[in-house]
Design a protein around this ligand. Structure first.
Ligand SMILES: O=C(O)CCC(=O)C(=O)O
Ligand SMILES: [Fe+2]
Length: 337
């Protein structure tokens, strides 16, 4: 099992100190008092084969009320998603020493993340590993590396997701009168990236998260999850399961769209619970602008002050390093809390 990141080892001190202060019996899944019960609610499932006017309405309503929805008939071939999953599985099976070394798949060392190196307590733990793949300039992998992941698969995936994401952004932007040129000018393949996630089986699923509660920093995220389940989102103060629907992709609003829409669309907290006997894989495509993109709220009064994506990213990194978690959009409120 030399492919496994040493998660238990890295969280040892946190486990010990949580026992020491008497919260060792706590269950992180019951974290926010209101979330003791996981609601069974149906997340909007939108069929993109329906009439455009019909799904346009469904999409804008879901983005406003849920911040999340699932789409079917999205145009991304099923075989491509299966190939991606197959290669993703293989790539994570490579020795940990290999993955954590610089130049794995010709990627900078910072592209491989395991656990949460900045976790200050068990509620900030993340029982997973991830590869961040910048779509632009990934370079060619050598012969040996290419046995585990094929760059053409990543490129094909990104090329297939692109028109879907642009279509969704167009629909969402139209409702708010945000000019489409804004996205065309600021978001490109260079600024978007794919994150491959793997959640290994966890011996203490009630003590840690698979992925701690967070909002995405993106404009929009498209997620391919497998059938294992475990993804939950916050709705009206309660955690709700995002039940895997075969062939569907999950779409969620990120912080930047919440800011651009002056709070009309919701960037909603979500998390992945750890599971004891199941391995889970997911792939997320983050639709992002370039660092110098100006994020200005469309609406009056403006809920958020104007900022650049780069400014937000820097602050996020600083917050994570100092506190173990990001603070997020509340840092940019026009009237600070
Ligand atoms: O794995 C998942 O289902 C969620 C992943 C996620 O939220 C993320 O990568 O930001
Ligand atoms: Fe996320």
């Amino acid at each position: 099992m030399d492919c496994e990141p040493p998660l238990l080892e890295s969280y040892k001190t946190l486990f010990q100190s949580s026992l020491g202060v008497g919260v060792g019996t706590d269950d992180v899944r019951n974290d926010d008092k209101s979330s003791m019960v996981v609601e069974i609610c149906e997340l909007p499932l939108i069929d993109l084969n329906h009439k455009r006017e019909e799904f346009m309405k469904e999409i804008t309503e879901a983005a406003r009320d849920w911040g999340f929805f699932q789409v079917v008939n999205h145009g991304i071939p099923q075989e491509m998603l299966q190939t991606l999953k197959f290669e993703q599985k293989n790539v994570f099976q490579r020795p940990f020493s290999n993955k954590s070394q610089g130049n794995f798949l010709n990627l900078p060392v910072s592209c491989y993340r395991w656990g949460n190196p900045f976790a200050k307590n068990l509620r900030q733990t993340t029982w997973s590993e991830a590869l961040h793949i910048i779509l632009h300039g990934i370079g060619k992998v050598d012969q040996e590396e290419s046995l585990s992941i094929d760059h053409s698969t990543m490129e094909a995936f990104a090329a297939a997701v692109s028109p879907l994401v642009e279509n969704l952004v167009q629909i969402l932007a139209q409702k708010l009168n945000i000019p489409l040129s804004y996205f065309k000018e600021n978001c490109s393949e260079k600024s978007c990236f794919v994150r491959l996630n793997r959640y290994p089986p966890c011996p203490f699923p009630s003590k840690v998260y698979g992925l701690m509660p967070h909002t995405d920093t993106s404009v929009l995220t498209i997620l391919q999850q497998d059938q294992a389940g475990g993804l939950q989102l916050m709705k009206d103060g309660k955690w709700v399961d995002v039940k895997p629907v075969p062939k569907a992709l999950v779409v969620n609003i990120g912080d930047l769209f919440q800011a651009l829409s002056n709070g009309f669309y919701k960037s909603v907290k979500h998390r992945v619970i750890a599971m004891e006997n199941v391995e889970r894989l997911s792939a997320a495509y983050f639709y992002n602008p370039s660092p110098d993109a100006v994020i200005q709220s469309h609406g009056t009064p403006q809920v958020y002050r104007t900022f650049t994506f780069g400014e937000m990213a820097k602050l996020k990194q600083k917050d994570i390093m100092e506190t173990g978690d990001k603070v997020g959009l509340s840092r940019f409120l026009s009237t600070p809390l």
